[in-house]
Design a protein around this ligand. Structure first.
Ligand code: GLU
Length: 460
């Protein structure tokens, strides 16, 4: 090794050590928050070459600052159920980073919600939102409320109580929540109504994912699923592959999955399976999307009911079994850590060619490593599922301009944004010595813009 190379190597080793120290502090300061630790580790591992090339990020303590949310709000959500019992849930909003725009990110209503889950989601949102090229900072919120089996009136009372408190901390130029797991058009509608009542004014830009009749954007419903497929399409194209004629497995059957299935089918793929939290359906003829849409979007039923209408399909209890199905492309669109090392090994040994993450952090760190090691094309969530929040930002733009674009206009912008995220991520990966590695590329491209904006705005 030449002397200069030796010096560079020892500097890189020092940077690695520094990053490990900051990570150790994160673990110590946020004990028992394993999902948050996982999200931080994934980003930090990508940043070593960036810090080695730009030591001013170290001097400016960007890592130490970026892992500390600007504000964490946790609050009581009391409500009365249909039997007259008083129930109490815990609500959260993590306002993580506002360097490039107002906090932006969804609200998740699910019994698994806790500080760790909301912090991991909020942390990822910083980089995802930066990647979209839109002026939006990172935030996330939610509650440990289980919408399953609740009446419409219970959902309304809960969301109103939730918004009574949240309304103190949000606004069109401050923090703009939206949907996520368990929060769709109905919940956004009730929250918007409550916010309007409390503020005494119609501030359309305070929430996104609104109904089309009161400030919502066309194509927002489809955006996350379509965006994931647009992103994967770019990745496949680079290797002379495509959705056409490919077999696809899509986990989940919520908003992201349904529109990922729809777009994959439009591009000529055969979607073999989808799932919910209790099990999965496998239909060798290809999933009938109209049945899934009706069961999930209209009738609020379990995916197991699919086989009543399609006796040739199979229903299997337990959702992780879906990864035993051989396929060309896997789109995990259900929830965090749904693909572990074992499922990743199975997918690889069954010949999977590409993974596109529609959900947030659906693959464990070990699973990602297995995919990368085996040269499976891998589209990480931050980049691949940024379509939803991108169209949310377009909804904000339409609200500010007081106009509404057509479906085709919004869809075309979404398509461009996804192509751009792919190109930017590939470019960053190449520039920092990890050609083709979209995990590294997306983390770096997202990080640099935020870090530079933080530095420009001083120590605040
Ligand atoms: N919850 C979605 C996400 O994870 C959408 C957020 C939004 O539209 O603000 O990005």
């Amino acid at each position: 090794m030449k002397t200069i190379e030796k010096i560079e190597q020892s500097f890189t080793d020092n940077v690695k050590e520094y990053v490990e120290q900051v990570y150790a502090t994160v673990k110590k300061r946020n004990p028992h928050e394993s999902e948050f630790h996982q999200a931080v580790k994934e980003v930090f591992d990508s940043l070593v070459p960036v810090l080695a090339k730009n030591p001013h990020y170290i001097k400016q303590a960007i890592l130490e600052r970026i892992v500390e949310p600007e504000r964490v709000i946790s609050f009581r959500v009391p409500w009365v159920d249909d039997q007259g019992n008083v129930q109490v849930n815990r609500g959260f909003r993590v306002q993580f980073n506002s360097a490039i725009g107002p906090y932006k990110g969804g609200l998740r209503f699910h019994p698994s919600v806790n500080a760790s889950i909301i912090k991991f989601l909020g942390f990822e949102q910083i980089y995802k939102n930066s990647l979209t090229g839109q002026p939006i900072g990172g935030g996330k919120g939610g509650a440990d409320f289980d919408p399953k089996g609740k009446s419409d009136a219970e959902i309304m009372r809960f969301t109103q109580s939730f918004m009574s408190e949240l309304s103190k901390y949000i606004g069109p130029d401050i923090d703009v929540p939206a949907g996520d797991i368990g929060v769709g058009a109905r919940e956004i509608g009730y929250m918007f109504g409550q916010y309007k009542k409390m503020r005494g004014g119609f501030e359309a830009g305070v929430l996104t994912g609104k109904g089309l009749g009161y400030g919502g954007s066309l194509a927002r419903t489809e955006a996350t699923g379509y965006g994931t497929v647009y992103f994967v399409e770019e990745m496949l194209k680079d290797q002379n592959l495509s959705f056409k004629g490919s077999t696809v497995v899509v986990s989940g059957s919520g908003n992201v999955s349904i529109y990922a299935i729809e777009k994959a089918m439009q591009l000529g793929a055969k979607v073999l399976a989808c799932s919910d939290s209790t099990g999965y359906v496998y239909d060798k003829n290809g999933i009938d999307l109209s049945t899934v849409k009706r069961l999930k979007e209209v009738e609020n039923k379990r995916i197991s009911e699919y086989v009543n209408e399609h006796p040739e399909a199979h229903y299997v209890e337990g959702c992780s079994g879906i990864w035993t199905i051989p396929c060309d492309i896997a789109l995990p669109c259900a929830t965090q850590n749904e693909i572990d090392a074992h499922s990743a090994e199975l997918l690889v040994s069954n010949g999977v060619k590409a993974i596109g993450e529609g959900a947030n952090m659906p693959s464990t760190l070990e699973a990602v490593e297995i995919f990368l090691k085996n040269k499976v094309l891998f589209a990480p969530a931050k980049a691949a599922n940024a379509g939803g929040v991108s169209v949310s930002a377009l909804e904000m733009a339409q609200n500010s301009a007081r106009l509404a674009w057509t479906f085709e206009e919004v869809d075309a912008k979404l398509h461009d944004i996804m192509k751009n995220i792919y190109n930017e991520s590939m470019k960053a990966a190449q520039e920092y010595g990890a050609p083709g590695n979209l995990v590294v590329g997306a983390n770096i491209a997202g990080f640099v813009k935020v870090a530079d904006a933080m530095i420009a705005q001083g120590i605040i």
